[in-house]
Design a protein. Structure first.
Length: 683
């Protein structure tokens, strides 16, 4: 079954068919195994090769299926190291002469595979786990989680500090870049986890949960350690908007000793998380801890009134002004009927000013739509329908949020566009998916067919915007998309978060806040990372090939692969061993691609965290001059003695390693190491 032929019907591959791999391989193979065992009443000897791995090898063996062979699992990060864990699992099991296969046990495995997390396809297509950077020739090990974070948090380092129980130092390290550890530890979109290399093993490290654990356990120590800095003369900051972006900007400026004031029209700080996001997602007590952390640096807070204008603030002596208002303005849903904007409706429900009853339809497919639908369901609505014009596969909401809405009993009306609401009914047009648009999602097209949904109230969760009246009143220019620049046309005035981007994530707002603080301060914030935050190369290598699902959050540091210390995904996953780790004199590893061993299968590309193909983009070792001429790769050809031919950028050049040359020093060290210690790779 490891060569199940699969038709390529949409031009995904150049061939008409391809071998099957992926999540469906084991369920199909074990069902075929079940039918054979049942037909022959367990008397047929069965060997197995079709998705066997650590999580099922013991069950296969216990059912009398052997020998068990593997391929797919060792072509993933961890490579042959994965076999050790499988051996540890199966070796203690008693080996007995063949007495038949256990048909019922095989049947149970087949049934369980249909709902097993390792084999069930996700609701939405997997997001790209690659960064936007190209893989460098030298020193390519990187932590993709850090690259996936808008503020590039030191994730492997604080994971290790938490792993050692050093929660105070972990939280201090987190807050060097992230002043909202409680808010982000609770509701962050955690793109870092999407990028986590652990996804290629079993499931992502629970980075967000670990951050929250550090915040909970390290908070008191951190608060006690904060000393209010000396004031910086000549600079005063005014921040309009007391949501996450404004709080973060105030923290960064206050930490630097700059006199800072937040102006917030609501009665208290917190923005959308405080006033809109349902309490079952984030509690006010959580938000208050982040606010208290900011106030520790002496930030002044003025709530309960509209902020002064930019001109008035300048007259009050403020030298730098940040507009950090949220996207409170509802998007336009052009239908007749009883329609409410999601943000204002959720705000009213959370404040206890709006009652919830009857049938509710939520229009939209983003995280706000999921929050509104769940809030309606939990607040007394008889029935809640989420209406979306594409399928759930194309919903912009995070898959986790989508799954929570389904778990709360929200009904999804897919391929549906609202037309009008009247007399307790929402009329929708059935849609069909047409060609893909610029976002890669297939565009919905009306079919001319209509249907009705019971609906007393429509909640519009589409296209929330920042009210541009604030920008217009202060003379701030907008671009073609209706958005201002970070550094606006008005001297000393900046924008951040929703005000700059449109609806943004909390951590994107923090990134803008940090950029604003750097502009005010005149330099980037620097800090030291504790030695205890680092792991040895041996410790990182010991984790490779070990599959283990999440358990207690305090143990997540053990699951972190510490990719910045050792990556080598391309080495692990190459079936031909064409990517080789070269051990340098200082003990570090550099990855070299061996041209003669590569058949360009592309497996290394699948698992490389960069937007690159290691087989084409890593420094390459060539066997012959013809091989080098046929390739565009940067690389080296050994000509004999100390002579080498090297291509970096452009045409190859010949060099003498034993004499003076103008090779880059790091490349020369690598080439000399290959010559002196790895001659078997090219001789």
């Amino acid at each position: 079954s490891n060569t199940f032929p699969v038709d390529t019907t949409r031009g995904e591959l150049p061939n008409n068919e391809m071998y099957m791999s992926g999540r469906s391989l084991f369920p199909l193979t074990i069902e075929m195994c079940h039918r054979i065992s049942r037909q022959f009443k367990g008397r047929m000897r069965i060997s197995f090769a079709g998705g066997a791995e650590f999580f099922n090898c013991d069950k296969l063996f216990a059912a009398g299926i052997w020998p068990i062979t593997v391929a797919t699992t060792i072509l993933k990060p961890g490579g042959y190291n994965r076999l050790y864990q499988m051996v540890e699992k199966v070796e203690p099991m008693a080996y007995k002469p063949f007495a038949g296969t256990d048909t019922q046990a095989i049947c149970d495995m087949s049934s369980a595979s249909h709902t097993d997390v390792h084999h069930v396809k996700p609701i939405k297509p997997l997001p790209s786990r690659k960064s936007e950077k190209n893989v460098p020739w030298i020193d390519c090990f990187t932590a993709p989680c850090k690259g996936g974070c808008p503020i590039a948090q030191d994730i492997p380092e604080y994971m290790e500090l938490c792993n050692k129980g050093l929660y105070g130092p972990a939280l201090k390290l987190i807050t060097e870049k992230n002043p909202l550890p409680f808010i982000t530890g609770t509701i962050c979109a955690h793109r870092c986890q999407t990028k986590c290399s652990r996804n290629f093993y079993d499931e992502s490290v629970r980075i967000r949960d670990t951050k929250l654990l550090a915040a909970q356990k390290g908070y008191n120590a951190l608060m006690a350690s904060i000393k209010r800095p000396a004031k910086v003369a000549g600079k005063r900051v005014a921040i309009i908007g007391g949501g996450p972006t404004g709080i973060a900007a105030a923290y960064f400026c206050g930490r630097a000793g700059i006199e800072t004031t937040i102006f917030e029209r609501e009665s208290c700080l917190g923005g959308v998380p405080r006033h809109v996001i349902p309490a079952f997602r984030i509690a006010n007590e959580v938000i208050e801890k982040d606010i208290a952390l900011m106030e520790r640096y002496g930030v002044e807070v003025r709530c309960g009134a509209p902020a002064p204008s930019v001109d008035e603030l300048k007259k009050m002596g403020y030298t730098h002004i940040l507009l950090a208002v949220g996207a409170w303005k509802p998007g336009k849903l052009d239908i007749a009927g009883d329609v409410a904007g999601a943000i204002q409706w959720m705000k009213g429900v959370k404040a206890g000013n709006i009652g919830v009853a009857g049938n509710i339809a939520v229009i939209g497919g983003g995280n706000t739509a999921m929050d509104a639908a769940r809030l309606a369901r939990r607040s007394g609505a008889e029935h809640v329908t989420l209406v979306y014009r594409r399928t759930r596969k194309y919903m912009p909401a995070d898959e986790h949020e989508l799954a929570l809405a389904l778990a709360d009993g929200v009904t999804f009306a897919e391929l549906a566009a609202p037309v009008k609401q009247a007399d307790g009914v929402l009329t929708c047009e059935k849609m069909v998916l047409g060609e893909a648009d610029a976002s890669g999602r297939r565009s919905p097209v009306g079919s001319g067919e209509f249907f009705d949904i019971p609906c007393d109230l429509v909640i519009s969760a589409v296209g929330e915007q920042v009210d541009d009246a604030l920008m217009a009143a202060n003379g701030i220019e907008l671009d073609k998309k209706g958005r201002p620049a970070f550094r606006t046309n008005v001297e000393g005035v900046y924008t951040a978060g929703d005000a700059k981007r449109g609806p943004a994530t909390v951590v994107e707002g923090i990134a803008d806040a940090a950029a604003f603080a750097e502009a005010v301060i005149g330099e980037a914030h620097t800090y030291d990372i504790p030695e205890q935050a680092y792991v040895t190369k041996a410790d990182a290598e010991a984790k490779k090939g070990i599959l283990t699902m999440s358990g207690c959050v305090c143990c997540e540091g053990e699951r972190c692969l510490q990719c910045a210390t050792v990556c080598e995904n391309c080495v692990d996953s190459c079936p031909n061993r064409a990517n080789v780790a070269i051990r340098m004199a200082d003990g570090s590893h550099q990855i070299v691609h061996v041209d003669k061993m590569c058949n360009e299968c592309g497996n290394c590309t699948q698992f490389c965290p960069y937007a690159s193909e290691p087989c084409h983009d890593k420094f390459t070792l060539f066997q012959t001059a013809e091989d080098m001429a046929d390739s565009h790769n940067a690389g080296v050809l050994f000509l004999g003695g100390g002579k080498v031919r090297v291509r970096t950028f452009g045409e190859p050049k010949d060099y003498d390693l034993d004499g003076k040359n103008d090779l880059p020093a790091d490349l020369e060290k690598l080439i000399v190491t290959i010559r002196d210690k790895y001659g078997y790779l090219y001789n």
